[in-house]
Design a protein around this ligand. Structure first.
Ligand code: HEM
Length: 130
């Protein structure tokens, strides 16, 4: 116990955390969805029917107002609430019209270090939007 408290009381945690840094630059215009970075952790808080965010191809969408409009139903969107829906979206065989409809709900994108599909030098699917 004495050992644990001495570690907790030391500067161990704060000094370790202070050294963590990411290469994603800060963007300056958070009002513009194309310019706003939203982390996975933040998305995870928006996980219910009255506040539903999902991630598709590293972009973050607020689909709260779309739940009742979605041709595939609201339940299927809620299953992905607060998390990545790329594979589910892709697997449902959406049309190019559905791809275009995504833009209506765009609120931001993941920081570079949290991306899967749209990162420099990363795995790239030719049919996903830039
Ligand atoms: C903002 C995100 C989404 C948009 C804008 C969207 C849009 C649409 C649209 C327009 C359709 C009609 C068919 C088509 O044009 O492809 C559709 C159907 C469908 N969507 Fe989505 N979708 C979204 C997310 C999702 C997700 C995350 C899933 C799976 C978890 C999903 C599952 C389905 C299914 C299963 C259908 C087929 C419904 C049927 O034919 O009975 N969608 N969606």
């Amino acid at each position: 116990m004495a050992k644990i408290s001495s570690v907790l009381n030391s500067n161990f945690f704060s000094s370790t955390l202070a050294t963590v840094s990411y290469s994603t630059p800060a963007k300056v215009s958070p009002e513009d969805p194309e310019e706003r970075f939203i982390t996975l952790a933040e998305v995870s808080w928006h996980d219910n029917a009255s506040d539903c965010w999902i991630i598709i191809y590293d972009k973050v969408y607020d689909v709260t107002d779309f739940l009742d409009e979605h041709p595939g139903g609201s339940d299927i969107l809620l299953e992905c609430a607060g998390r990545d829906a790329s594979v589910a979206f892709r697997g449902s065989g959406h049309s190019s019209q559905a791809m275009r409809a995504l833009d209506r709900f765009l609120i931001g994108e993941l920081p570079l270090h949290e991306r899967i599909f749209r990162k420099p030098g990363g795995y790239h699917l030719s049919d996903i939007p830039a």
